[in-house]
Design a binder for this molecule. Structure first.
Ligand SMILES: CC(C)(COP(=O)(O)OP(=O)(O)OC[C@H]1O[C@@H](n2cnc3c(N)ncnc32)[C@H](O)[C@@H]1OP(=O)(O)O)[C@@H](O)C(=O)NCCC(=O)NCCS
Length: 285
């Protein structure tokens, strides 16, 4: 295992982007790295752990120091690789690393080994997915889009304001938006802001492509607290699916805590299929 440096971010993001599979588990995605890049490239790199074999990146983990959770992405080629799984577990079991919980939604051998080694079920997450073969219906809101090439200050301000009004403890800011937009993953991302018929910015989402033919990710999505219960959550989820289809994604995916009834309901209402809940693993000893 090695720690990442800011100049290795592009290479890591490129590797992680090749792993999501249509219909497969919704594991750590380039979009998750992209969203965390809003904290700064140095901070993101400091949180990343990289596993390689023969010079090829095969697994990446993103550590949250506060919770002790590491969120893992594994290459499909090591899904059944027991020796590789054993190496991962050995590295994560080092008490100096401080890992107390693991998000491992793919990697059959790794998941099996965690269960066998006394790691127990932790927080439950609900993945959802909408296939993008067919054109996506109109969402009903007026949508403004910001990608890496078209930054309009007013829309960015609205993007940030909706985020703050949707997530009570949000620390998102203009500075953080610009840090996110300057990082490698955002070259394949867009922010969408939804406006109601009175011109209020009511909903926002950031969508992340992993390249053509692969699943894209919604992270994060929110509706302004003063404008909820009017179909805007459904609408911005539909708009996100449409944007990802335009970007060539095979499906639109998202994962939300299973206890977030409103989030799950909004995605289902927008045509996303609810997939079986999946739990993180928590260390018991
Ligand atoms: C979740 C959220 C996006 C819903 O936005 P919203 O504009 O109120 O949702 P909508 O009005 O479009 O409702 C869509 C569906 O969800 C249902 N719903 C909305 N909030 C709900 C709640 N708290 N509990 C149960 N169902 C709920 C609605 O009844 C509706 O169902 P229907 O289409 O079958 O009638 C909004 O509450 C929010 O921003 N929450 C904080 C951030 C968040 O959780 N984001 C999503 C997960 S990352």
């Amino acid at each position: 295992m090695r720690r990442a440096t800011p100049d290795a971010l592009s290479e890591i993001v490129e590797a992680v982007a090749t792993w999501p599979q249509t219909g497969g588990p919704v594991q750590l995605h380039p979009g998750d790295l992209g969203w965390n890049a809003s904290l700064g490239a140095q901070e993101l790199a400091g949180a990343l752990r990289v596993w390689e074999r023969d010079g090829q990146i095969l697994a990446v983990g993103m550590v949250d120091d506060d919770s002790g959770l590491i969120r893992m992405a594994l290459a499909p080629s090591v899904d059944d690789d027991a020796p590789f799984a054993a190496q991962l577990l050995a590295d994560l079991s080092d008490p100096v690393g401080g890992v107390r919980a693991v998000e491992a939604r793919s990697g059959a051998a790794f998941r099996e080994l965690l269960s066998r080694s006394g790691w127990v079920a932790d927080e439950s997450w609900t993945p959802l997915s909408r296939e993008l073969l067919e054109p996506v219906e109109d969402c009903g809101l007026s949508i403004e889009t910001i990608d890496a090439d078209t930054v309009r200050d007013r829309i960015v301000e609205d993007r940030v304001a909706v985020q703050q009004a949707a997530f009570p403890n949000s620390t998102f800011s203009l500075e953080r938006w610009h840090a996110m937009a300057a990082a490698p993953p955002y070259s394949q991302a867009r922010c969408l802001v939804g406006y109601d018929s009175d011109g209020n910015a009511v909903a926002s989402v950031t969508v992340w492509s992993a390249g053509k033919g692969r699943p894209g990710l919604l992270e994060p999505l929110g509706v302004h607290r003063d404008h909820r219960g009017r179909g805007h959550g459904r609408a911005i989820s539909v708009a996100a699916a449409a944007a990802l289809r335009e970007m060539g994604s095979s499906s639109a995916t998202v994962c939300t805590p299973s206890g977030n009834a409103g989030g799950v309901a909004a995605y289902v209402s927008a045509g996303f299929r609810r997939l079986p809940d999946v739990t993180d693993f928590r260390r018991t000893a």
